[in-house]
Design a protein around this ligand. Structure first.
Ligand code: M6R
Length: 605
């Protein structure tokens, strides 16, 4: 989704901003632009282009120098991808430039009013409305002009504004779309994502909704959109610039699949308490009495995070014996849910910025619910809005398609389930058993990854498939759902996931030799039931790949994965299917790290 980067200092700003935009490319975008100035300049200079950052770079003229600038990668919402619709948007007198992430809901209405007043629009975007509103304000300061403009707009925004008459500063504001300030030595940065900052500084300030900031080369200050000062204490980002490099792999997806060994080790590190056969989760903010009072758990997330939440719900039910379920956050917030004071709500998000999840959290908080977060990005909006939670410590995930964050999120749920279980009725022996299982995970993931060649060969058989079916039961069903999402996102092959128990209620009609089925068949109490499903498919000449703990006779191919504790098996069973999706997409020549039409972080509705 859209990205913002800005700088004010002494360096040559254009190359620095272009490099920042490249670091944001992973979020998905269709056009890019940059505007710059310097203290002695009389105006603003702008270049923008449809296409990639390299297309923009090709258009940058030789003498495009300055020391202050803002830049943007756009993901089209209002108006098709085009040079005109790319940000920044400039006022008619070329004095005001705005870059914007988010959506202005009342843009049509405001545009009509401005047009009636004679304003000529150059683009179809909602953002251009903001530019003209700032340009028409006659307030004495840029801050006040921006504030007046923002009072008129409804919707979400992360914005950065420059003005030729106030060229010693950049003014930024946030409402529902991330804005992070990067604090340097006599230089300041701003971005919508720390990925664009960490090469220059790891000291950051994340703005809250309703907050604005003024950046000058040697100073910054933050204040509310109402004008009162706020305190901003910089924090240090753990992620280093190198974490964003490809590290010898051909794609980020491949790199991130391989990083799972270390990532899982990291999410466990320092949390296991052998003495009491439990785990410590520092940021949970949930004491034992409150934990014992929970009557239900409701997990909310979107896409892959929702699937991780489904596995998490199963683990919580099994280990802590608390009724638990997961629901897409995007649906939850629109169905006027009953908010129950004895329910623990858990918001799950890799980015911590997904709008649907954030909005669900805000609605729950408004109704007085207790909401925890299971989040990867430290200090992100969801992490800050929730009452406490568990960081998943997967490190930055650059590929649009989530892999290591899924696995780490599920492990984090394993930890939470164990913690809640040991406060309630899970025995010491069972606590020990789960801890042993958790400790085995990194080694077992290595074993699975060692089988990549076999999975690569297998994937080559699926490049002609028009559609694939993924099935699993209970613990295996969310694994099937996530594997099906992975395949469709990255290879564009249609895939559908079904509970294996539902086969004869409809999907069996689809089975024929051209419709392969991937079945999750763990060695647990449902093994025989799962085998019966394989029989049903085989009897109809369906081709089967099983992911199992032992070779399945009815399957055409079995990917054998190491056995862990029954409750933890889902963590491992999805990993070979990440590789299957990857190699199928690779064989089809897909843009693996940036699948069409998708963005890494969906910060709009
Ligand atoms: O950042 P989040 O975990 O909140 O993102 C939620 C979904 O948008 C995300 O998981 C999406 O489904 C990915 N493309 C999955 O690979």
């Amino acid at each position: 989704m859209c990205g913002i980067v800005g700088y004010i200092g002494k360096r040559d700003v254009a190359p620095l901003l272009l490099e920042g935009l490249q670091r944001l490319e992973y979020r998905g975008y269709d056009s890019a632009g940059v505007v710059i100035t310097s203290p002695k300049a009389t105006g603003l200079k702008m270049v923008k282009a449809k296409g990639r950052v390299r297309d923009l770079e090709a258009r940058v003229p030789k003498r495009f120098t300055g020391t202050t600038g803002i830049a943007h990668t756009r993901w089209a919402t209002h108006g098709a991808p085009s040079d005109e619709n790319a940000h920044p948007h400039m006022s008619a007198d070329n004095k005001v430039a705005v870059v914007h992430n988010g959506i202005i809901d009342n843009a049509t209405e405001l545009r009509a009013k401005l047009e009636a007043d004679g304003v000529v629009f150059l683009s179809e975007t909602d953002t251009e409305v903001l530019t003209h509103l700032v340009a028409r304000s006659e307030a004495p300061t840029l801050e006040e002009r921006v504030r007046q403009a923002l009072k008129l707009v409804e919707g979400t925004y992360g914005i950065a504004v420059m003005h030729a008459d106030f060229n010693d500063r950049i003014v930024v504001a946030r409402n529902g779309s991330p804005v992070v300030l990067g604090i340097g030595e006599k230089e300041m940065f701003v971005a919508s994502d720390v990925a664009a900052l960490v090469a220059h500084t790891r000291q950051v300030v994340t703005l809250d909704d309703g907050e604005m900031a003024t950046l000058k080369a040697d100073d910054f200050r933050t204040y509310t959109t109402e004008g009162s000062r706020t305190t901003a204490t910089p924090t240090t980002v753990e992620w280093e610039a190198e974490s964003y490099d490809m590290g010898g792999h051909d794609t980020y997806m491949h790199k991130e699949i391989y990083e799972q060994v270390d990532a899982v080790d990291r999410v466990l590190r320092g949390r296991i308490d052998d003495r009491f056969s439990t785990v410590h989760l520092g940021g949970l903010n949930l004491d034992a009495r409150a934990a014992r009072g929970i009557r239900r758990v409701k997990i909310l997330g979107c896409g892959t995070s929702y699937h991780a939440g489904q596995i998490g719900a199963q683990m919580i039910e099994e280990l802590a014996r608390i009724p638990a379920d997961a629901e897409p956050a995007s649906e939850f917030r629109y169905r006027d849910p009953v908010v129950d004071p004895d329910t623990l709500y858990i918001a799950v998000s890799q980015s911590g910025e997904t709008y649907d999840v954030l909005a669900a959290v805000q609605e729950l908080k408004r109704k007085g619910a207790r909401v925890l977060g299971v989040v990867n990005v430290v200090g992100s909006a969801i992490a800050r809005e929730t009452d406490g939670g568990v960081y998943v410590h997967a490190g930055p995930e650059v590929c649009v398609v989530s892999t290591k964050c899924f696995t780490n999120t599920v492990v984090a749920f394993g930890l939470l389930a164990l913690h809640l279980g040991r406060i309630r009725d899970l025995s010491v022996a069972d606590g020990k058993r789960i801890i042993e299982g958790l400790r085995k995970l990194p080694g077992q993931i290595s074993e699975i990854l060692a089988g990549e060649d076999e999975i690569k060969k297998l994937a080559e058989q699926f490049t002609d498939a028009k559609s694939m079916l993924f099935i699993g039961r209970v613990r295996g069903y969310p694994v099937a759902r996530e594997a099906s999402l992975k395949l469709k996102e990255v290879s564009y092959i249609h895939a559908e996931a079904y509970p294996a128990s539902e086969l004869k209620h409809g999907p069996l009609a689809l089975i024929e030799p051209a419709m392969p089925t991937v079945a999750i068949v763990p060695d647990d109490d449902l093994l025989e039931k799962n085998r019966a499903a394989l029989e049903e498919i085989k009897a109809r000449s369906g081709k089967i790949v099983a992911v199992a703990h032992q070779v399945q006779e009815k399957a055409d191919h079995t990917i054998v994965v190491p056995k862990n504790e029954d409750e933890l098996d889902p963590i491992l069973m999805g990993i070979p299917l990440q590789l299957l999706a990857y190699h199928t997409a690779l064989a089809l020549g897909r843009d693996i790290d940036k699948p069409r039409n998708l963005a890494k972080s969906v910060t709009v509705e």
